[in-house]
Ligand binder design. Structure first.
Ligand SMILES: Nc1ncnc2c1ncn2[C@@H]1O[C@H](COP(=O)(O)OP(=O)(O)OP(=O)(O)O)[C@@H](O)[C@H]1O
Length: 267
């Protein structure tokens, strides 16, 4: 377990192992007088699942946005698969293999579930939507999209419009859209936010069943979910690193207990 700002991935394979999927070094973001993220470092090994937890305002979303390329850091660097992407925008990061979800829904509400996945399969964005409407989809894209919906249990919803989906189904669809381009790393931004207990259970199973070779960074306010789904967890508070360790180590850490349960063990 490490309580410093370093959160290096363990290297069970010894020398010759694949480069880490993600290396974040001394990352910081200042918004005017607010230091939203303050000197965060972490490493995500190939095939590793890491959670980032912390209370409201801890800086989780800002960290996520910097890694995804939505927000430029004030300090520090980000490497993906050994390549410095600190100043790279979202589109080239996606081409490097970043799949991600959004905290605020990025779905096309008036389009069908299948069409949303088809747009994502073609690297869709809002601009691509207009383009898509004038272009035919290839059979391959359609086939791939249908397979993805099947694997995430959304087959029965294929032809429904997004507006008709439950909140939980929308989060499932967002994951389908992130996965359809076969990402090399998956960034999940609070996927359980706003879900009922039953929807959380479905989402948890869905994430559990993703290929173990896919590295996942899961930003999640819900500690139970984050600790249940990941190999290692980093806890942040007020933009700073608190602790990184296995789920058990983090669960038992006095500061984490204090943050989440409002108590610190008297020892
Ligand atoms: N665009 C912005 N402009 C100014 N301040 C911001 C901005 N985005 C975030 N902040 C501030 O940065 C701090 C960290 O916010 P952030 O949203 O990253 O935390 P969080 O851990 O994701 O919280 P939550 O769980 O509530 O989403 C907060 O004090 C927030 O008010």
């Amino acid at each position: 377990m490490t309580s410093t700002a370093q959160a290096k991935a363990p290297d069970p394979r010894g020398s010759g192992a694949a480069a880490p999927a993600l290396v974040v070094t001394g990352l910081g973001k200042r918004y005017g007088g607010v230091q939203a993220v303050d000197g965060i470092s972490l490493e995500l090994a190939a095939g590793e699942r890491m959670g980032v937890i912390g209370p409201n305002g801890a800086g989780k979303t800002t960290l996520f946005k910097m890694i995804a390329g939505d927000v430029a850091p004030t300090t520090g660097t980000i490497e993906l698969f050994g390549r410095d992407v600190t100043h790279m925008s979202t589109a080239p990061r996606a081409r490097l293999g970043v799949g991600r979800t959004f905290q605020v829904s990025n779905l096309f509400r008036d389009m069908s579930v299948l069409d949303n996945v088809r747009v994502a399969a073609r690297g869709g964005s809002s601009k691509a939507r207009a383009f898509w409407r004038t272009q035919g989809m290839t059979d391959d894209v359609t086939r791939e999209s249908i397979l993805m919906l099947d694997s995430l249990g959304l087959t029965g919803r294929r032809d429904d419009t997004v507006a008709d989906l439950s909140h939980g189904e929308k989060r499932q669809l967002e994951i389908a859209m992130a996965l359809v381009s076969h990402p090399s790393i998956l960034l999940l931004d609070e996927p359980a936010a706003g879900l009922s207990a039953a929807e959380r259970a479905t989402l948890r199973q869905l994430i559990e069943e993703l290929p173990r070779t896919l590295p996942i960074l899961l930003i999640e306010h819900d500690m139970t979910l984050a600790l249940g789904l990941t190999d290692r967890v980093m806890c942040m508070e007020n933009g700073r690193h608190v602790v990184t360790g296995t789920p058990d180590e983090v669960r038992e850490h006095p500061t984490v207990k204090e943050i989440y349960l409002g108590r610190r063990d008297k020892k």
